[in-house]
Design a protein around this ligand. Structure first.
Ligand SMILES: Cc1cc2nc3c(=O)[nH]c(=O)nc-3n(C[C@H](O)[C@H](O)[C@H](O)COP(=O)(O)OP(=O)(O)OC[C@H]3O[C@@H](n4cnc5c(N)ncnc54)[C@H](O)[C@@H]3O)c2cc1C
Length: 228
């Protein structure tokens, strides 16, 4: 590629019609650039089990490495799937988090299982005895860096926001659209946590029935600099 002057972007986690994006500086920054000639996705950036229906283009030529044929130095080892409950919060890429506005803890935990997401909580939810202290996110809890953090019934006190400052996409579900979490969130659903959780469980199960898939395993953030 160097000989032909081909431009390459590696560890890409975001693509649209005009740019690609990837994490930089130990995930403290997000870098974007215009579309290169070749895009190498970050490990786990896409779900390989999705039913890809786009018009694929078949390529052949000497430049293809013949990956996986055993004759090359590189081999695709696939994805490791692990139980969401085993994932340390600091490493989780997808987190659902419960606050004082979550009353049906069982349904919340079921949703986490359906999503394959790790469970977190606000300090009030921990103090109430709904979750163990190791689930607490915030100034006196854990700092998380998930790509997706869904905050159910969490007001967004400054101490909680401190723990999610490095999360990429924050989604809030709150009865109060003016709660502080809505200012931090990329998307706010103004509604009841219990109803939203029930609707999400139903939506995931319907999608799974349609595609004949087993419940999701947890997704884990790839450390920066991991080979693509
Ligand atoms: C020194 C110090 C350290 C702290 N450290 C932390 C920390 O590490 N982590 C932390 O989280 N907090 C911490 N706190 C506490 C923090 O200030 C807040 O009190 C706490 O985060 C509030 O938790 P909450 O948002 O779950 O509850 P609440 O403040 O009670 O908010 C509940 C939210 O849920 C919404 N809601 C209610 N019912 C529903 C429903 N049915 N559906 C949807 N939404 C609903 C409400 O509109 C509200 O916004 C700390 C405080 C201090 C003083």
């Amino acid at each position: 590629m160097a000989a032909t002057g081909t431009s390459v972007a590696t560890h890409v986690v975001e693509i649209d019609a005009s740019h690609v994006g990837s994490y930089a500086q130990a995930k403290r920054a997000f870098a974007t650039r215009s579309l290169p000639d070749v895009i190498l996705l970050a490990p786990g950036a896409v779900d390989t089990k999705l039913p890809f229906t786009g018009a694929g283009q078949s390529l052949s030529g000497d430049f293809l490495l013949g990956i996986d044929d055993g004759s090359q130095p590189y081999r695709d080892l696939g994805l490791d799937e692990i139980d969401a409950a085993q994932v340390a919060l600091e490493e989780a890429d997808f987190i659902v988090s419960a606050g004082n506005g979550v009353t049906d803890i069982g349904a919340f935990e079921q949703l986490a299982g359906e999503f394959g997401a790790a469970i977190a909580a606000s300090r009030v939810a921990v103090d109430n005895g709904h979750f163990t202290r190791d689930k607490q996110v915030g100034a006196t809890g854990k700092t998380v860096e998930a790509s997706v953090y869904i905050a159910f019934g969490i007001s967004g006190a400054v101490q909680h926001l401190q723990g999610i400052k490095d999360c990429r996409h924050v989604i809030a579900v709150n009865l109060d659209g003016s709660a502080p979490i809505a200012k931090r969130a990329n998307l706010t659903i103004v509604g009841d946590a219990k109803e939203t959780i029930a609707a999400l469980i139903e939506a995931v199960q319907t999608a799974r029935r349609k595609h004949g898939r087993a419940p999701a395993a947890a997704s884990v953030r790839e450390p920066l600099g991991a080979a693509a």
